[in-house]
Ligand binder design. Sequence first.
Ligand code: MN
Length: 502
Amino acid sequence: MDNKIIIFDTTLRDGEQAAGTALNTSEKLELARQLDNLRVDVIEAGFPAASPGDFEAVCAIASQTENASVCALARAIGRDIDTAWQAIKHAKNPRIHTFISSSDIHIKYQLQKTREDVLKIVEEMVARAASYTKNVEFSPMDSTRSDWEYVYRMLEIAVKCGATTLNIPDTLGYAIPSEYGCFIKSIRQNVPGADKVNISVHCHNDLGMATANALAAVENGANQVECTINGIGERAGNSSLEEVVMALKTRKDYFNKETNIDTTQLYRTSRMVCKLMGFNLAPNKPVVGNNAFRHQSGIHQDGIIKERSTYEIMNPADIGANNTALVLGKLSGRHAFKERLLEMGYENIGEEELLRAFAAFKELADKKKDVTDKDIESLLGAEPKTVAAAYTLEFVQVTCGDKGVPTATVGLITPQGQTIRAAAMGTGPVDAVCKCIDSMLKTPSTLTEFSVNSVTEGIDALGEVLIKVEKDGKTYIGRGSDTDIIVSSAKAYLTALNRLID
Ligand code: MN
């Protein structure tokens, strides 16, 4: 076997299922396109049997992905496998991923079956998947809490019935690196036929060891790693793609492995996932966090100025995080703005979107002297371009302070182009603004999250507001960006509600 590590991205499946946010099909497609630009080998696009929406999204991704293999998840149930195949059959390189539990705890309490029953199911269902395609992945769920001997038997059956990738999930994040490494090594030694198939790992981060476990597995013969952008996923998340990839690249001297990943797309992909899934990264998140390349200690700063490699093991440019501080000012024209966007990797930006972004940039440049890449990202990220018909903000005006009653007046333009206005009082200015918008849109929902982040340093920084609202068990995200956080809040709230009524 060569030294290539297959990168299997499950941001759209394990990641999306955990985010609790409803990405629409066009957002899933946008992310899938970026994963393809990043050059992941396999995109796990979803779980088609879960809902008609999931099915539709997986179909769309399957037919539009140019390079990566597109994979669909299916329980070891006939209907799931058939549905998975229907969703991905038009992909260039479709893969069915089917799974069933191997641990006694799961077999006894969840499946309420015997070990022998489960082996029978594996035999039938892997064969069923293999009747559709040669590209079949099988996972014994909760394998790290299972009897190893039993896992070997299950895997042997899977290989005999046509599985070409054996994935060994640490479903609950229970494994320890040295132990997990032994387990992976023992599979090649104890499962007849395992030397001819891919051995994959899928690790969770409950004890903070997901990346370490994945790398221990690579050292012991695994040649596929399942991971997600920013490490998102069930509970504490999965192995983080950027950590795994940058560990293999930075320590090539140790691992001697290659991936196909275009690492210069990592930063951009990470920000896209934050934007679409509606969360902010911890500043100290390895590789892609805001502080990942920031040096505080005087001794370190001194070293960096003299020679970057004294205190940096990775180059920020390698992940596409070029710290261009000053990029544009208020005299910059549309051409320069577009050039900058291209340099930042926004290649597929449409003319209409460009005009909107440029107008927002001009408005910002009037208020803020230096407009940085981060500002531009924030402006672009806040645009609700995935909603068909939308209300837009005409104006927002508040009075507030520690005396008197916070009051807001808000003007909106309806999708039909009419202007409507409302006024309201609230417990604070944001509350008053939201009440105004509620009274005009008349869509009852619950606000579940509200956060404000400063995009850059300085008192004139853009304040980016992230809002989540919930209705009928679904969560809708809105982001808004402005130098005035009340205006950002109004924009974010309106975006979330636009998505809700879309
Ligand atoms: Mn998982």
